[in-house]
Design a protein around this ligand. Structure first.
Ligand SMILES: [Zn+2]
Length: 62
């Protein structure tokens, strides 16, 4: 199983994509990117909802 996230999936004009084996590993990567590129020191709850909804699970081998 693999979890992927892309900024464009929450409507941002940004080419960032990331993936990880677990959501727990994925969230810090998204948070670090949001801080660095989008100026979000913390991700607001409404954005976090969109992020959670945009995370895709991919089954199978990496
Ligand atoms: Zn982005």
């Amino acid at each position: 199983m693999k979890y992927t996230f892309a900024c464009k999936d929450i409507g941002l004009d940004c080419g960032f994509k990331t993936d990880a084996k677990t959501k727990e590993e994925l969230m810090p990567k998204i948070a670090a990117h949001a801080k660095e590129k989008h100026g979000m020191d913390t991700i607001p709850p409404d954005v976090m909802k969109k992020v959670q909804a945009a995370i895709k699970e991919k089954k199978g081998l990496l």
